[in-house]
Write a protein that binds this ligand. Structure first.
Ligand code: GUN
Length: 306
């Protein structure tokens, strides 16, 4: 009898790939500085005291330091009003040292997220969340791509996994990950051109769809919900989840797990991203790339060419 031995899944090393991207961006930023004297500048706006948000903003600020970017962080109390926040954003819109503005989400519940995102000048919208930039993405014009989805596409590209003609199944329909990654990968462009299915909380039988995925992208915020038996053998699994779960053996009292149950998925998948060290670091690398792009757009007062 012929025996089949499964090859171990390829672990997609987001940490390593993100370091390469940051080094490339750093070099390009140095060239921009030599030519124009301009240093890319990024402003973070953090409202309230969500612990995960604080960690993310700290990590993004460190990346700015590493790459020689200018950055400032506005830390505002939970009680900040919509009007106060909009005024801060307008000041940043007119600050020539600031090329990118990032309002860390989620915002406190009394603040209308859309109103805030729409106050950001679209040319400084390095998150790609302003409706003008979302619209440009959907119709296939050049624009700032939201950082996590852009990072996923770049991970696939630098791992030699071309989504063209593949069935990509996205689990999750958030404006930050699910909707934009679906829109990016369905474009008739290189490293895209996929057949895309989106599953969400209204989907009756998620595993019916996930089992059909050549590339499965999971961004639903539910710890370890996708198990190995929901995955087609050999599929590429991209785990966007970052969930804190109790772990009394760890110093912090918690550990990070993805939306995918890694051990069982690893047995079935052809390639898989770990948590941490997969998609997470890519988000930050793409933010740096967008910020450099924003600086170039503003220095050359040359907007995207469409
Ligand atoms: N919260 C979770 N992810 C993101 C992101 O990519 N950008 C912002 N601004 N907030 C987030």
């Amino acid at each position: 009898m012929k025996r089949h031995f499964k090859m171990p899944a390829q672990i997609i090393n987001g940490k390593k790939i993100s370091e390469e991207i940051k080094q490339e961006v750093k070099k390009q930023a140095e060239a921009l500085y030599k030519e124009t004297g301009v240093v890319p500048g990024l402003a973070f706006v953090l409202v309230g005291d969500n612990p995960a948000s604080k960690v993310y903003v700290t990590m993004k600020g460190k990346a700015c330091e590493e790459l020689g970017f200018y950055s400032i962080t506005l830390k505002l109390p939970t009680e900040t009003t919509e009007e106060e926040l909009i005024e801060k954003i307008q000041n940043l819109n007119s600050d020539p040292k600031i090329h990118g503005i990032l309002v860390q989400l989620p915002l406190p519940s009394h603040i209308n997220e859309q109103k805030i995102l729409q106050a950001i000048d679209p040319i400084k919208d390095v998150d790609g969340f302003h409706p003008v930039n979302v619209g440009k993405l959907v119709i296939g014009l050049d624009t700032y791509l939201p950082c996590t989805p852009a990072g996923i596409q770049e991970l696939l590209k630098r791992s030699g996994i071309n989504p063209s003609g593949k069935h990509v199944v996205v689990v999750g329909r958030s404006n930050i990950v699910g909707k934009p990654i679906a829109n990016i990968l369905l474009q008739k462009k290189e490293w895209a051109n996929a057949t895309v299915t989106i599953c969400h909380t209204g989907t009756k039988d998620i595993s019916y769809f996930t089992k059909q995925a050549d590339i499965l992208i999971v961004a639903m915020g539910k710890p370890e919900l996708i198990k190995g038996d929901m995955i087609k053998p050999g599929a590429v699994v991209i785990d966007v989840g970052v969930n804190r779960v109790d772990d009394p053996t760890s110093e912090k009292g918690y550990k990070l797990v993805g939306d995918v149950h890694f051990e069982s998925a690893y047995e079935v998948a052809g390639a898989i991203t770990p948590v941490p060290g997969g998609v997470g670091p890519m988000t930050i690398a793409m933010l740096m790339k967008n910020t450099l792009q924003a600086a170039m757009n503003q220095v050359l007062t040359k907007q995207f060419s469409n």
